[in-house]
Design a protein around this ligand. Structure first.
Ligand SMILES: Nc1nc2c(c(=O)[nH]1)N=C([C@H](O)[C@H](O)COP(=O)(O)OP(=O)(O)OP(=O)(O)O)CN2
Ligand SMILES: [Zn+2]
Length: 139
């Protein structure tokens, strides 16, 4: 079995609604996303011969997904008063609304699904929300 690993980072703000503690406040992280893919057979195509996939393609696809969040405010849908959300949108801030609480666990699962949709066979996705804490999603 071959395993490839790549990572990207992005900077964004979030908060945990319904959380009793400091993380209920709007705060920022440099999120670190590590994707591991696997496969048993290597390519026989001329360009990618003896590669599982080209690192360039893997890196590019992950960057597309992480750039979506870069310098955004990540919000769980319904967690802000409509007037607050409207005011932020009127300021033209980059806002990404998600149908889940933006925890490291959920973000790991999110990137797993997104990378799977690019056609990769995923082993695991690891998301570091802070340098010392990460969540891992596997299937
Ligand atoms: N299992 C999870 N627990 C927590 C998550 C999470 O995503 N999954 N997230 C948070 C907060 O978002 C917070 O930003 C991270 O918390 P914490 O580790 O306490 O942050 P710090 O690194 O800043 O902690 P210090 O000890 O103050 O340095 C909370 N929990
Ligand atoms: Zn946080």
């Amino acid at each position: 079995m071959y395993l490839l690993k790549t990572e990207q980072t992005f900077d964004s703000a979030h908060f945990l609604s319904d959380y009793q503690g400091k993380c209920r406040n709007l705060h920022g992280h440099q999120w670190r996303v590590i994707v591991e893919i696997c496969g048993k057979t290597l390519s026989t195509d001329t360009q990618t011969r003896d590669m599982l996939v080209d690192f360039g393609d893997l890196k590019h696809d992950l960057k597309t997904e992480t750039d979506f969040f870069d310098h955004a405010l990540i919000i769980e849908k319904g967690s802000l008063k409509p007037t607050t959300l409207t005011a932020l949108q009127e300021e033209n801030f980059k806002i990404v609304e998600l149908p889940f609480r933006p925890t490291a666990e959920r973000m790991a699962s999110y990137f797993y699904t997104k990378m799977k949709s690019h056609g990769y066979t995923l082993r695991r996705v690891t998301v570091y929300e802070t340098p010392k804490n990460c969540a891992i999603y596997e299937e």
